[in-house]
Write a protein that binds this ligand. Structure first.
Ligand code: ISL
Ligand code: CA
Length: 545
């Protein structure tokens, strides 16, 4: 397998609005990020991925862009951006920006022109139809075709109605995208995370979707369109191939058997992708607001199947949470009795699989989901729309709150918890979204001061991963025979062999897999490991040879 810097890197995702407020207006910003670069360097991550920082009316917190070449005024100026980029590079880190080009904001100049008349030169930058050609629904509720009375036609939006989908069939649209990518690459950024990139090529036969099976709608209709790979190859040829930059595609709707088309090494498309199989594991037939139980055997199988599907030709990025999904310790661990242990166990998983790990801000502190008691505390458009729709239906409020506590994207958008002072040290003003009340206990200042903290566990394991490339490139084999509490696997190459045992339960258990004679305890979340026994949420790494 070819060695590259982005395979050996660890990504840290910053959600700028919630990271750190530098000027006291209650909204995180670029100066706030600059203040925390030393913290990130100390943690030992390599690549900072910033959720969008471009000009935006913030219907979807920056994922609705009105000017791709300007910095959002709330976040600062281009001079702040350049200072931040320089500060990142001086510390030996890299910067990856979010590329959101499946759609723009409706306030982008292109859409303003496009909607103004049927013969405007920008008309074909978007999809316009005299009648909705199908039953598509939008991710944030309601129908995907919106009537616009200026010209009496409907435009397509797979997300909110303020996020009209760009028409990639139009070569001018593609050229605009490549130009804006070159604009940022020429400034010296180190790559892009590409938002819903499998959706950019539309099925122009406009088939209906099965409204009771959102998973197959994503896979067969919204994603993986007919010209997708042609577009990606063209994009890479025109932009990334001329720079030493990385790309990671957000890939909802991409099944394992299609993944190599995106990331196979000779394809000239993406370096890696974020697949969604574990993220949708607890979604019912109607999607995330219809949650169901998940099981450990299925969860593990997903990692094993993806490892095998990629083999030695293709790469993925491993993540257990991000700005769209619940906190990993609340979702896959135990955020009450064993928060510390289970957050460390999940860190072990995240950092010892084959794939580039992506750590979401605050997970290195074991930050948890939030449980707002008041609907008015929710900020995310997806939650706000879901609340409105449920109330219109006359749904039970208590039940709705329970679902939001479990699935709302605001769970991961509460301010970063820096210290135990007012508003968790995030801002000197009023935060745009309420702080999680557990900040007095869970915060960076306390974590950095405590050698046994989750923070230092990440830091040490990150350093070990750098030193032992077996943990990056090595082979992988699952060893636990489908146990419902144990996840056990081996990572190995010519240099070394590691055994990883993860107890996904709050009970002490005896391990059915033998630790070979001569194996040394290498790392773990309890002081001294005992071969053959795992304590509640214990993670053990053993090294052979
Ligand atoms: O957030 C989700 C479920 O709640 C996902 O289905 C999400 O909508 C999907 O992964 C696409 O996400 C990306 O594009 C969206 C944006 O809202 C997300 O924040 C972004 O990660 C539209 O740009
Ligand atoms: Ca601010």
């Amino acid at each position: 397998m070819t060695r590259t810097w982005w395979k050996e890197a660890v990504i840290y995702q910053i959600y700028p609005r919630s990271f750190n407020d530098g000027n006291g207006d209650g909204v995180g910003d670029l100066r706030g990020i600059i203040e925390k670069l030393d913290y990130l360097q100390h943690l030992g991550v390599d690549v900072l991925w910033l959720s969008p920082v471009y000009a935006s009316p913030n219907d979807d917190n920056g994922y609705d862009i009105s000017d791709y070449r300007a910095i959002m005024s709330e976040f600062g100026s281009m001079a702040d951006f350049e200072e931040m980029l320089d500060g990142i590079h001086r510390r030996g880190m890299k910067l990856v920006m979010d590329l959101v080009v499946n759609h723009s904001s409706d306030e982008h100049e292109w859409f303003q022109q496009s909607r103004s008349s049927k013969d405007n030169p920008y008309r074909d930058y978007y999809f316009w139809e005299p009648e909705p050609p199908n039953n598509w629904i939008a991710f944030f509720g309601g129908k995907a075709w919106e009537y616009d009375d200026t010209t009496g036609e409907y435009y397509l939006h797979l997300f909110s109605k303020k996020q009209p989908d760009l028409n990639w069939e139009n070569p001018k649209v593609r050229e605009e995208v490549y130009e804006l990518m070159r604009f940022w690459l020429d400034k010296g950024i180190d790559g892009f995370r590409m938002d819903v990139i499998p959706f950019i090529s539309k099925r122009l036969d406009w088939p209906d979707i099965n409204l009771n099976d959102f998973g197959s709608a994503m896979r067969d209709v919204y994603a993986n369109g007919p010209r997708l790979h042609e577009f990606l190859q063209e994009m890479v040829r025109e932009t990334l191939s001329n720079y030493d930059a990385m790309s990671v595609g957000e890939a909802p709707g991409v099944p394992r058997d299609l993944a190599k088309l995106y990331v196979g090494e000779g394809r000239g498309e993406l370096n890696m992708l974020f697949h969604f199989d574990h993220m949708t594991l607890d979604w019912g037939p109607k999607g995330k607001f219809d949650p169901k139980a998940w099981s450990l055997p299925e969860f593990k199988q997903i990692f094993t199947d993806w490892h095998e599907a990629m083999g030695d030709d293709g790469w993925i990025s491993i993540f257990l949470d991000n700005h769209d999904f619940p906190r990993m310790v609340s979702r896959w661990g135990d955020d009450s009795d064993y928060r510390m242990e289970s957050a460390k166990l999940l860190a072990t998983l995240l950092l010892t699989l084959r794939g580039t790990p992506s750590v979401y801000q605050g997970s290195e502190l074991g930050m948890t989901n939030v449980a707002y008691e008041d609907f008015a505390d929710y900020r995310d458009i997806e939650s706000v729309n879901a609340i409105r729709e449920a109330q219109e239906r006359g749904a039970d409020s208590a039940q709705l709150l329970q679902i939001l506590h479990r699935v709302s994207r605001d769970n991961v958008r509460t301010p970063m918890q820096w210290n135990s002072r007012s508003h968790a040290g995030f801002t000197e003003g009023e935060p745009w979204i309420r702080v999680n009340p557990n900040y007095t206990e869970i915060n960076a200042e306390a974590a950095v001061a405590d050698p046994d903290s989750i923070f230092h566990y990440y830091r040490r394991l990150l350093a070990l991963r750098k030193k032992h490339l077996t943990l990056v490139y090595g082979e992988y084999e699952q060893l636990d025979g489908g146990s419902d509490w144990l996840y056990a696997y081996r990572r190995w190459d010519e240099e070394a062999t590691f055994l990883v045992f993860l107890n996904f339960s709050g009970k002490e258990q005896s391990v059915p897999v033998e630790v070979p004679e001569g194996a040394q305890p290498f790392f773990g979340n309890y002081p001294v490991p005992d071969a053959g026994t795992l304590r509640p949420w214990e993670a053990q790494l053993w090294k052979l040879a």
